[in-house]
Design a protein around this ligand. Sequence first.
Ligand SMILES: CC(C)(COP(=O)(O)OP(=O)(O)OC[C@H]1O[C@@H](n2cnc3c(N)ncnc32)[C@H](O)[C@@H]1OP(=O)(O)O)[C@@H](O)C(=O)NCCC(=O)NCCS
Length: 126
Amino acid sequence: MRIVSVNQKDLGKHSQENASTLVYDMASNRLVGVCLLFMEDQQRTFYPGLFNFGVLPAHRNRRIAANMLKRALTVLHSEYPIMRLGLLQGTYAELLYYNLGFMPADVEVEACVLPTSEINLLKSFR
Ligand SMILES: CC(C)(COP(=O)(O)OP(=O)(O)OC[C@H]1O[C@@H](n2cnc3c(N)ncnc32)[C@H](O)[C@@H]1OP(=O)(O)O)[C@@H](O)C(=O)NCCC(=O)NCCS
């Protein structure tokens, strides 16, 4: 595995700019894991947040995800009191986050629905 620290200018000029990670399989040079962070503006107070996090199915259960998150937390902890992330309740990721010490915060409910009539409309644009 090759681990690449992502230098994101929008994360600022301090240690947090290296908190995002890409993981490549050395044999295939394929990107197999991503852990991308952003700075969330909470009324002019900025917190790092997780916006893209995943591991390709063939590479799961090898602690790649846990290690990418641990890396982010290690880089960020001296400058930020919290890191935020959103999740769907009941997914595999939920246990991973709790095991790393994340705690539930405010619950945001957002439901998106696409009526079947709209699907037919979309098909007509092909
Ligand atoms: C969630 C995801 C990133 C985990 O990646 P991973 O590299 O397989 O995870 P890890 O090997 O680091 O697993 C760490 C912990 O996560 C949990 N976990 C991971 N996969 C699991 C599974 N299939 N079933 C149950 N728990 C699981 C376990 O608690 C595990 O700890 P353990 O090794 O002590 O049992 C991966 O399944 C994924 O990409 N899912 C689709 C995208 C997604 O859901 N992203 C998160 C959006 S909030």
